[in-house]
Write a protein that binds this ligand. Structure first.
Ligand code: NAD
Length: 363
């Protein structure tokens, strides 16, 4: 008797070291373990001091500091050139998703192994997804060569994240979980990780928001963000990610706050057409209605509320809707035409209270 359940699933090999203080105690041994002896450090200017402190005893041959959000092609070209001239045999990224993304751009063309030390909840370190922006268009793709070989998750490094970035980045991780419930390659393993990630984030983020110095809550949020990223890299980019790629790549909106704002509107749009995903989401959030559950969590976190406040002009909405409709996955549980994309974007731009009724009513 057939159940109709069918899927393909590819796990990805990566070593993960998790624990408070590990960036200080384990980095040298992890680099040696990979047999590397010429390290190119990638860190944003803001993380320069931290990078210098963590790498003071490492065999560093060069440092690339000119990290830019969404990895413009010029940034990738400059970083790759430094990798070549320095004779590096490995790339060590210390920072948020933009820094990891720059290391990935190097690995894409050089094949150098990456050791990633993340300092936000972005999750790029656990995915084989790269992103590059050229002439206002962000492209993403999957390449096993860009998956960091080793990740050192040290929650102490997240203690310095300010409250607004903590919330936005944590909700970026939440978006990885939720979108992977209906993404093109969603499967029972990715959904299990997504559900565990949603539970972890739902519990940890309010604690971290209340007290950013709570190291246990920071660790819980970081491990949930790791689960979120693994769910995302196996399930692929769903509608939510496609919308955020357009908004980030074409309109240069800030990555994590954009993900935070858009998520409840995509959930409101999709849940009525995705009952199994909706049930998993409601259960993981511990509420009867998943969209209301997200709205309540957002209110408790003081999350960013609208694309307007992130700087998107209303004049850009029609073109953004066209780009979103082009990029939307054909497998999305509810078809996404230009009017649908416009509807989601209009509500997210205005910061209306997200609700499935509201998104239905305007159809
Ligand atoms: P980011 O890396 O741009 O960092 C945001 C800001 O936070 C920067 O100013 C940075 O200096 C600062 N910062 C980082 N860590 C800090 C800390 N511990 N304390 C204080 N300040 C800190 O932002 P992000 O949200 O981490 O990453 C966004 C980027 O990552 C985007 O380009 C996005 O496309 C990419 N990304 C890629 C994937 C993937 O799978 N490829 C997944 C998620 C995000």
């Amino acid at each position: 008797m057939s159940t109709g359940l069918a899927f393909s699933y590819e796990s990805r090999a990566q070593r993960v070291v998790f624990g408070a203080g590990t960036a200080r105690t384990d980095l040298a041994a992890e680099i040696e373990r990979l047999g590397c002896a010429r390290v190119l450090v990638v860190a944003a200017h803001a993380e320069r001091e931290l990078a210098e402190e963590l790498t003071s005893v490492l065999p560093v041959v060069a440092t690339f500091l000119d990290v830019r959000q969404h990895v413009p092609l010029e940034t990738a070209t400059a970083a790759r050139a430094l990798a070549g001239t320095s004779g590096a045999d490995s790339v060590l990224s210390i920072g948020g998703g933009s820094t990891t993304g720059t290391a990935k751009a190097i690995a894409m063309t050089t094949g150098l192994p990456i050791i990633a030390v993340p300092t936000t909840y972005a999750g790029s370190e656990a995915t084989a997804v790269w992103g590059l922006t050229d002439a206002g268009r962000k492209s993403t793709g999957t390449d096993p060569a860009v998956l960091p070989r080793t990740v050192i998750y040290d929650p102490e490094l997240t203690l310095s994240l300010p409250a607004d970035l903590t919330v936005a980045s944590g909700l970026n991780a939440m978006a990885h979980c939720v979108d992977s419930l209906w993404a093109p390659n969603a499967n029972p393993m990715s959904s299990a990780m997504a559900v565990a990630g949603i539970r972890g984030l739902r519990q940890a983020l309010p604690e971290v928001r209340r007290d950013g110095s709570n190291l246990d809550a920071r660790a819980a949020a970081l491990s949930a963000a790791y689960l979120a990223a693994v769910a995302f890299t196996t399930a692929g980019s769903g509608l939510h990610h496609k919308i955020c790629h357009v908004l980030g790549g074409t309109y240069d909106l800030p990555h994590a706050p954009t993900h935070a704002v858009v998520l409840p509107y995509v959930a409101a749009f999709n849940v009525s057409s995705a009952p199994s995903a909706a049930a998993l989401l409601a259960d993981a959030l511990g509420v009867p209605d998943p969209v209301s559950g997200l709205v309540e969590l957002y209110a408790s976190l003081g999350a960013p509320g609208s694309l307007r406040e992130l700087g998107l002009s209303s004049d850009d909405l029609p073109e953004a809707a066209r780009l979103v409709a082009e990029a939307a996955p054909a497998s999305n549980p509810r078809p996404v035409g230009r009017d649908d994309a416009a509807l989601i974007l209009r509500h997210a731009w205005a910061g209306d209270r997200p609700g499935s009724d509201q998104l239905e009513a305007h159809r």
